[in-house]
Design a protein around this ligand. Structure first.
Ligand code: 173
Length: 320
């Protein structure tokens, strides 16, 4: 072969290899919350952003919410790469990662958690137990509440059946209530039929599925903080090139930045609940303080009992 044509064919080969490397990748994603609702909305904005910024590099094929996959199966679907990416709370995969019960106690802004080693440690837990990369965490400044349909005159849930997920189980039990675990999709019917007397849910989002029509009271104070994570299957993550990872990582930081909108939203939701006739039950600052302390203590107790080493480390990182 003449030298010229040899160089030319090498160049063609190199070009071919580059084109293959730079080929656009599409990731399949699901959400554990219904499409268009409070805890899917920002993830859906993230998908839109990735699909705009990642043209020719990386795209997300958003399959949808619980209609596509039951919420408690989403963590395992990421682990086994049935999907490449998910928007999901740790409470829905605590069967695979029992320490995820502590994530609601990590309430510092993500900018801080990324600096003080929390993100890295929580990422390692996801790597090891869920075969997942912890791309982003949302809603660190949105508290949970217990909503009730029966009025109580002290902080005592004796005789009450309360819908829970692992987020609220310990505190409901500590106050004498009977916890009943359900996915969000079953809450409306459970309330309507009186199967439960109340439920745990964040301060925001109760209007999305019409729960305001079957809710009378919101117990104060709010406690813990919401965590909804964007996870990527670890093999899928490792298979991406630097440019693809950069599009996703930049969009992840942008997504975490959207948390700045939550404080105003929390206030607006409380006002909207008041207008809808949902009354706060509030036993004053001293009782509220005791309630929060109790909620934190029982949650840490559970995590530390399950895994003393990881629990202690997470508590130190949480600083509460
Ligand atoms: O109540 C729930 O289903 C739950 O655990 C949760 C977690 C994060 C956001 C919204 C709800």
């Amino acid at each position: 072969m003449k030298l010229v044509s040899c160089v030319a064919s090498a160049a063609v080969l190199a070009l071919g290899a580059q084109a293959a490397l730079a080929q656009e990748v599409t990731l399949r994603a699901v959400s554990s919350f219904a499409e268009g609702t409070q805890f899917s909305k920002n993830f859906e904005r993230f998908v839109e952003k990735v699909n705009k910024d990642g043209k020719g590099v990386v795209q997300i094929n958003y399959i949808g919410g619980p209609r596509a996959m039951p919420p408690f199966e989403v963590g395992n679907a990421v682990r086994t790469r049935v999907v490449d990416m998910a928007n999901v709370t740790g409470a829905f995969y605590s069967n695979l990662l029992p320490e995820s019960d502590a994530f609601k106690l990590l309430g510092k802004p993500m900018s801080e958690q990324r600096k003080n080693g929390t993100w890295e440690y929580v990422n390692q837990l996801h790597n090891q137990k869920l075969n997942a990369y912890y791309l982003a965490r949302q809603f660190h400044n949105v508290p949970f509440h217990i909503y009730l349909n029966k009025k109580i005159d002290k902080l005592d849930f004796s005789g009450l059946k309360i819908r829970v997920t692992p987020v609220y189980r310990d505190i409901v039990q500590a106050l004498g209530g009977a916890p009943i675990n359900t996915a969000p999709g079953e809450v409306y019917t459970a309330l309507e039929r009186g199967v439960v007397d109340g439920y745990g849910w964040p301060v925001s989002g109760i209007f999305d599925l019409g729960w305001d029509k079957v809710t009378k009271y919101r117990l104060e104070p709010g406690f813990y903080t919401v965590e909804v994570n964007v996870l990527v299957n670890q093999d899928a993550w490792k298979g991406l090139n630097d440019a693809q990872r950069k599009v996703l990582s930049d969009a992840a930081l942008w997504l975490e930045g959207l948390d700045a909108e939550n404080v105003a939203q929390n206030t607006a939701e409380r006002e909207r609940q008041a207008k809808a006739g949902i009354e706060p039950i509030d036993f004053g600052p001293a009782e509220s303080q005791k309630f929060i302390q109790r909620a934190n203590d029982v949650a840490w107790e559970t995590v530390i009992k399950r895994n003393p080493e990881v629990g202690a480390k997470l508590r130190q990182l949480a600083g509460n």
